[in-house]
Design a protein around this ligand. Structure first.
Ligand code: F6R
Length: 248
């Protein structure tokens, strides 16, 4: 694992974007770029830097396939807080990745079996695309990766999960009160995430310092899902000084 520390939000974003582009070059197959996308605040600067790279001709996402990490269950995918909608606004419209190339796990279905069948199909679609070349990640204050909350199996595949109450509280800022935050989601599993060619995780702020220390230097454990980064041969962790402050 490589841990890189930027001294400003701009530098964190630049380092992360450089590592995404280098990862696409290294793990790509020359024809089709396949990029794993995270929602949340952490990668927003990185997406802006990818947009700059595209504008300068250093990157081109016009035929890239995107695969989201996760989606809420219980709100339509047209809801403004659905992760599909968020990724259209914050990624597709920013870096020029076509909406037709955006894949998001399906959180809608009339039965649990139907949602799980879509989750299985999602893993199959990743495989059919040749695998995710670079997966962008954030980390929860409780160490979650995607929506793999503490206690998630290290080899898990895309599936339905219950959101931890800490995660619902953290995400209540996007909804009109915590009672409107969905209770369940569909998320890429930890095993799915580990199959990407490169992982680029971005974390900033003191609120992430404990999770980063546990993920990077703690024991490999389901109680800190982020610790699976230690199993990956090409994981890059990009931090600001506050998020790095509890590293030895
Ligand atoms: C997002 C995701 C989550 C976030 C994490 C950090 O698709 O799966 O794991 O990356 O909750 O969120 P922010 O970046 O908002 O602190």
């Amino acid at each position: 694992m490589r841990v890189l520390i930027g001294s400003s939000p701009e530098e964190v974003a630049r380092i992360a974007a450089d590592n995404v582009l280098a990862g696409l070059a290294e793990h790509g197959n020359g024809a089709q770029q396949v990029l794993g996308l995270a929602t949340g605040s952490s990668p927003l600067g990185l997406y802006r830097e990818l947009a700059v790279a595209a504008a300068q001709g250093r990157a081109d996402f016009s035929s890239t396939l995107g695969f989201a990490l996760d989606e809420y269950i219980g709100i339509p995918d047209t809801h403004e807080q659905s992760y599909r909608q968020t990724l259209v606004n914050e990624v597709c419209n920013v870096i020029g990745l076509p909406v037709s190339g955006l894949n998001v796990p399906k959180g809608t279905g009339s039965t649990v079996a139907e949602v799980q069948a879509s989750a299985d199909a999602y893993d199959a679609a990743i495989k059919a695309a040749g695998g995710i070349q670079v997966q962008i990640l954030g980390i929860g204050a409780n160490g979650h990766l995607g929506f793999n909350e503490p206690g998630s199996a290290l080899t898990s595949r895309t599936r339905i999960k219950r959101l931890a109450s800490k995660t619902r509280q953290d995400n209540a800022r996007f909804f009109d009160g915590i009672e409107h935050v969905p209770t369940h989601c569909v998320t890429q599993g930890l095993g799915t995430i580990l199959e990407a060619g490169r992982l680029v995780l971005v974390a900033t702020g003191a609120g992430k310092a404990d999770a980063i220390a546990a993920a990077v230097e703690g024991a490999l454990s389901a109680s800190c899902p982020g610790s699976v980064l230690q199993l990956h041969r090409d994981a890059v962790v990009v931090l600001d000084e506050a998020a790095a402050s509890k590293l030895a």
